[in-house]
Ligand binder design. Structure first.
Ligand SMILES: [Zn+2]
Length: 328
């Protein structure tokens, strides 16, 4: 006779969702947000309050310690932010402190102390803010020639969407060259908007001051690592660690893969992250943390600008392993 209790326990262990790592980017009230990166301050506050009242919240390193001992804790939540926008300090930190919630912020080291925006934000200010542009755009990207019409908002949107995709596979130098070329074509300055800038080194030090926030690395240039040579990937990974360690005077233990879907990094990338001395790697893979897990490809659940009822509904869906609409 089968031991059903044993079988049941085994199945439970495999299928029942355990902890979740949440992925945020910005906490800001911004008018245009085509990448859906921002959660308003009001929504972030009710989201944090709800989590504090209903779940145990761990820092990423606390979760990783459990995992290293081969234990997946149940119903725990970890909060992470990617990209290191300055609003993490000014808007997110006060709310995290109010509820005493730990969080991890992953910073793109190449953006620190630069008066620039991320290239996807540059594309937004070029194409989506109603600026009048020249009627055609000709570009060579990865040895292929492209020609777009740019005469009305429909066409602006099309160019924006196609460039959003195409530029992420370039090398850092090619990307910089292309963005400069497009900004020049649009007659816009290289300097970015204040509301879209990233944390400075001084601000990163302020962010960790209360000991609630931990810093992780998110590469040098936010490129798709799997499309770079191994040598380039190594540089992106190791340098971002070194720069952040120099700023903070302490070790950095976690890495977040840029873009982070399963095609944006490979097992070789994971090895490089491990060899660089990181203890974990987090991805943008929409599942829960459960056995068996990979410490160098921990999944994260994306959070959008949801009000309390939507947030509650979606957090419950996440814990129940159901899918959530994350494109609105
Ligand atoms: Zn990112």
């Amino acid at each position: 006779m089968l031991d059903y209790r044993f079988l049941f326990r085994k199945i439970r262990k495999i299928v029942i969702p355990k902890s979740i790592i949440l992925l945020y980017h910005r906490v800001a009230n911004i008018e245009s947000d085509p990448q859906l990166l921002a959660v308003s301050k009001t929504n972030f506050e009710v989201q944090m309050q709800y989590l504090k009242q209903n779940y145990k919240i761990l820092s990423l390193s606390e979760l990783v310690n459990f995992l290293r001992n081969n234990r997946v804790p149940r119903h725990r939540v970890v909060i992470t932010f990617d990209d290191g926008y300055a609003d993490n300090l000014y808007n997110a930190k006060p709310i995290l402190e109010k509820f005493e919630i730990p969080a991890d912020v992953f910073i793109v080291a190449g953006m620190i102390d630069k008066n620039r925006e991320y290239w996807w934000d540059d594309l937004e200010r070029i194409f989506l803010l109603g600026k009048k542009l020249p009627e055609t755009l000709e570009l060579e990207i990865n040895k292929k020639n492209y020609l777009w019409n740019s005469r009305n908002s429909g066409e602006y949107k099309k160019v924006y969407q196609e460039l959003q995709y195409l530029l992420r596979f370039l090398s850092a130098n090619d990307l910089e060259e292309k963005i400069k070329e497009i900004l020049k074509w649009a007659n816009l300055p290289l300097e970015g908007r204040e509301t879209y800038r990233c944390l400075t080194s001084e601000e990163i030090r302020k962010l960790v001051r209360s000991n609630l926030i931990d810093i992780g690395a998110h590469s040098m240039g936010h490129l798709v690592l799997s499309s770079q040579s191994l040598e380039q990937q190594k540089w992106e990974i190791e340098n971002s660690k070194q720069i952040l360690e120099n700023i903070l005077g302490r070790k950095i233990f976690s890495f977040s893969y840029p873009f982070g879907t399963s095609t944006d990094f490979t097992s070789e990338t994971e090895n490089l992250v491990q060899e660089a001395g990181f203890k974990s790697g987090v991805a943008d893979i929409q599942t829960n943390v459960r056995s068996p897990f990979n410490l160098y490809a921990l999944p994260r659940r994306i959070i959008r600008n949801w009000n309390l009822s939507k947030f509650k509904e979606n957090i419950e869906k996440y814990f129940n392993g159901k899918s959530v609409n994350i494109i609105s």
